[in-house]
Design a protein around this ligand. Structure first.
Ligand code: BEZ
Ligand code: FE
Length: 294
């Protein structure tokens, strides 16, 4: 590239960056200046053609057209680019042995049913019964009583209740830890499912030879006074999708042993499952302090 060409490109970056100098909000100023630097660096790095730029605009336009109250194609785009997971990672700083966070996803619903300890969140969702238990502690190992645990998952057919569009409530619920910080409930064994892939994001995955599948997982959100809210999932050890989860949500520390029990094996709470097999998993949760640490 000639010195003249390089100078023209660099001058443009200077001018655009400087255009934000008068931004009253210092954080917005920092973000817009950095966005300018990175966006221009990208355009220059790949020597983006005008046709490619138009294609990108058409892609974003289609993404916007598909987005409404029920379908958020932009979040899906952020998810498959790993931007959602990177934002989660930046904002849930590693702290001692605190449990790692992962993506929230679009299928959490406020107002899930309350369940008792040992209750069943399945609510009629098809799937193999799965006993889930653990204890919530802080990073000093002290049990956290009264922590609110929200759980939600897809059914055996790979769908969340809200995807059926018939107002059913299934495979979700909430409970609180006891005085000893412990919790236990019945769920169903998680199964893999595809993220919605009938829109522009699906086309992008197709064009890049990527799969829309998510590794099997069970979502958790854990809240307790004075402690950092944890949004995470647990994954199934041995799942072949663990290393190619479409939204990069898998962390090694979140992969758990789901231990299959032969039909007739006594259940922890005496529930009679007849001749059905069942599974059990333990997930001990460590919550970081709420305050920022340096
Ligand atoms: C989910 O785990 O529910 C999810 C996360 C990101 C995109 C789609 C679904
Ligand atoms: Fe999910």
């Amino acid at each position: 590239m000639s010195a003249e060409q390089q100078a023209r490109e660099e001058q443009l970056i200077e001018r655009v960056t400087a255009s934000f100098d008068g931004t009253p909000d210092p954080r917005l100023k920092e973000i817009m200046r950095a966005l300018t630097r990175h966006l221009h660096a990208f355009v220059r790095d790949v020597r983006l053609t005008e046709a490619e730029w138009q294609q990108a605009i058409a892609f974003l336009t289609a993404t916007g057209h598909l987005t409404d109250d029920r379908r958020q194609e932009f979040i899906l785009l952020s998810d498959v680019l790993g931007a959602s997971m990177q934002t989660v990672t930046v904002n849930n700083e590693a702290y001692r042995d605190a449990t790692e966070a992962t993506v929230f996803g679009p299928f959490f619903v406020e107002g899930s049913p309350a369940i008792e300890h040992g209750g069943d969140i399945a609510g009629g969702a098809p799937g193999e019964p799965c006993w889930v238990e653990g204890v919530v502690t802080d990073t000093d190992g002290k049990p956290v009583p009264g922590a609110r645990i929200e759980v939600w998952e897809a059914d055996d057919d790979g769908f969340y209740d809200v995807q059926y569009g018939d107002d059913r409530v299934a495979a979700r619920g909430h409970l609180h830890t006891g005085a000893d910080g412990a919790y236990r409930f019945w769920a169903i064994v998680p199964t893999p499912y595809p993220i919605p892939h009938d829109g522009p994001v699906g086309k992008l995955l197709d064009a890049t030879g990527r799969s829309p599948m998510r590794a099997s997982h069970l979502h958790f959100m854990v809240e307790a006074a004075g402690l950092r809210t944890l949004v995470t999932h647990i994954f199934v050890r041995g799942d072949e999708l663990l290393d190619r989860d479409s939204v990069f949500g898998v962390r090694d520390s979140l992969v758990k042993d789901f231990e299959r029990q032969a039909p007739g094996t006594p259940t922890p709470d005496g529930r009679d499952l007849g001749d059905r097999p069942w599974t059990r998993v333990r997930f001990d949760i460590v919550l970081a302090p709420e305050t920022r640490f340096g």
